[in-house]
Write a protein that binds this ligand. Sequence first.
Ligand SMILES: Cc1cc2nc3c(=O)[nH]c(=O)nc-3n(C[C@H](O)[C@H](O)[C@H](O)COP(=O)(O)OP(=O)(O)OC[C@H]3O[C@@H](n4cnc5c(N)ncnc54)[C@H](O)[C@@H]3O)c2cc1C
Length: 438
Amino acid sequence: MFTNEYQWPYSNEFGKEESVTSDILVLGGGLAGCFAAISAAQRGKKVVLVEKGATKRSGSAGTGFDHYESACTNPCSRVTPKEIAEAYVDEQDHYSNGILHYIGCRESYDRLLDLERFGGKIRDVEDEFKGAEFRDDETKFMFAYDYKNRYTLRVWGSTFKPALYNELKRLGVTIYDRTEATALLTKIVDGKKRGTGAIGMNVHTGKLMVFQAKAVILAMSRPARVWLFNSDLVGLCEFRPTQSIGSGHAMGWRAGVEFAMMEKSVKGEFSAAGRSFPPYGAGNNHNTWYAATLVDARGVEIPYLDRDGNVLETVSQRYYPVEGQKFFLKGGVIDEPKYEYRGPETMPFDELMKRGYQLPFYADLSRMPEMERKVIWGMMVGEEGKTKIPILQNYTKRGFDPTEHALQCYGSGWQSASFCPRSGSFSAHPEASCTTGI
Ligand SMILES: Cc1cc2nc3c(=O)[nH]c(=O)nc-3n(C[C@H](O)[C@H](O)[C@H](O)COP(=O)(O)OP(=O)(O)OC[C@H]3O[C@@H](n4cnc5c(N)ncnc54)[C@H](O)[C@@H]3O)c2cc1C
């Protein structure tokens, strides 16, 4: 029997209805939806934003992210937007949209400066990493992956959603949090179907919402969680947020919306199960943890190679293109990167097995220079979505010290996801990991 303590804390509004009108209706309050709403409000439009969760922390970026890609126009960058956009398209065998990539490469730095104006943190203003190889001491920007070309920034992504939320409020955007859009409203104008709004429901109270607008922007992210067999198993927990179930795609489809760019937005991303939570916490070495020193079960260091297969002698070398290579791509080119854009990575897994390296492997930050260790454990793991509390905070509380301990991980370099044992991934558990110092 339920006591009062367990009663539903919200009023019951089933059967009630509220109508809302605006110039622009934005469905989904993630990064894309917030920026769309801000941009429309800056142009003097009356904007309504509808978000299934709580805009301040919802969506893929709600818990943060650690690196900001394609900031090709930042003052320290040595690549042009065209070069990186072309490389992305080439990397994806031209099965992609060059215009979109170009816009991203050309404008993402501008949006980063917007985020800073709104209150997000994008520079090492406290000089915590002063003198580090990946930091520009003049701008206080910090870079990830390719330290020569400096077009990917390390950022304090956990500050971004609250900053966007404050800006939405400042601009007078009306936000309907905890409201799930369920269907689009359309009408025929000049023989063509046009979006005129959406129906939704307050997920706390059950109230029916009817939103009408001159234009509707769909920003409800991609379908990512739809193919997992059992969402209850923590070991299978998806990388993307629980809300990413493709409802935007579904309601667009039902309303007869014309779809574009599906080859890009859906390719290989129906489920990111390979990049699910456990490897993310304890050893993702293509992203947050790049390029952590890895050791095998005996404590023997796992070699990093340049793209030509030469063993790299120093940690620093892991962050530079090989001689004769203009730049290397990181982020988005996790599997089988093309030779031209391939960055330093650990020796292939099969080769490691052939040479007698023994599982399990560990990320051993204690063998890295202080700044590299500090930036991975303190900053990247702290800012990356989902890892701040479960990994950095929990492990630290239980005594994990990166100068002494190692964390069991699930792969080596680009292979991190491919041989991750899906069902047996529980050694990411703090107690298991923290007691396995080498
Ligand atoms: C764990 C993690 C780490 C990442 N790290 C990085 C990184 O370091 N660097 C980087 O560049 N990228 C990173 N990314 C990717 C990046 O965060 C996303 O590409 C970006 O945030 C997507 O923004 P979005 O607005 O399209 O989608 P989302 O942020 O997912 O927003 C979609 C919003 O729509 C809402 N919604 C969905 N359905 C409905 C509905 N029916 N009605 C109302 N609202 C709805 C959701 O609640 C959500 O808030 C990471 C992603 C994840 C998951």
